[in-house]
Design a protein around this ligand. Structure first.
Ligand code: BGC
Length: 253
């Protein structure tokens, strides 16, 4: 926690992922966790009821009262979840922000998970104070993207679903694809390079920030990425979704 005189604002961040649902109370000035992160496995069904129940369990675990930010792995607009690539289709079209606020009995702000991760990096992480076009790319079960123009988020970019020679990028270059296709670091780096080059060709970003849990092994693939745009490793790694969700809730208020 920051020792500065200014009273830090605290928000509970929850990150719903394809494999785990994680939470921690966050100091939004520093991004520090006020207590150890808690994680539960995402149920196989991926349905709203079970996942919202786990989010509620996490709130109770921290005895949390106050604002909550929640990151969701799909498109979120006006509190509705509009896609569910790696969860149950029951989420599609649902007023999930209202449902979460009701069950958790606290005000919940919902944001796409990659947008959350990007927010964390752009506000207090690897892209803090970077102007121009910053593209966050999270490599996990899917590929999440977040685009910022001079620090302002362009929400729900969904460029993990960009097709390259007919194949969705997340089936080519996510960390799930690395496992599914049994790719070593070198071959996987080549796949990510193909993907990042396509993003370069279309968006001409000033900086790529690479996140997702696997970014902890950045030294194994980062230096092999053969693109002209500077590429940096996310600073928050797998904490970014939680921190960014908390920041989104704080900024929303
Ligand atoms: C979803 C995105 C999400 C990403 C990472 C993709 O399949 O469509 O919304 O950000 O996975 O979870």
């Amino acid at each position: 926690m920051s020792g500065s005189g200014k009273k830090p604002q605290h928000v509970l961040g929850i990150d719903i992922g394809g494999s785990g649902i994680k939470a921690a109370p966050v100091d939004i000035e520093t991004g520090d966790f006020l207590e150890d992160r808690r994680r539960f496995a995402t149920p196989e069904s991926g349905d709203p009821e079970s996942i919202i129940e786990i989010a509620s369990k996490l709130r109770r675990h921290f005895s949390w009262k106050g604002p909550i930010g929640c990151a969701y792995p799909g498109v979120v607009r006006d509190g509705r979840t509009l896609t569910a690539a790696n969860l149950s289709p029951e989420w599609v079209g649902m007023k999930a922000e209202t449902a979460l606020s009701k069950t958790l009995d606290q005000p919940v702000t919902l944001i796409n998970d990659a947008d959350a991760a990007g927010l964390a990096e752009v506000r207090i992480g690897a892209a803090a104070d970077v102007s121009g076009v910053v593209m966050m790319v999270t490599l996990g079960t899917g590929i999440g993207t977040a685009m910022f123009v001079d620090g302002k988020l362009v929400p729900n970019t969904e460029l993990g679903h960009l097709r390259i020679e007919g194949v969705e990028a997340e089936d080519l270059a996510s960390s799930r694809a690395k496992n599914d296709l049994d790719l070593g670091w070198r071959d996987w780096s080549e796949q990510i390079t193909i993907y990042l080059r396509e993003l370069e060709r279309l968006f001409w970003p000033d900086l790529f920030v690479i996140g997702g849990g696997i970014s902890k092994n950045f030294e194994k693939f980062g230096p092999r990425l053969d693109v002209t745009t500077p590429v940096v490793r996310a600073l928050m790694q797998n904490r970014a979704g939680i921190i960014g969700a908390a920041l989104a809730a704080a900024e929303h208020r």
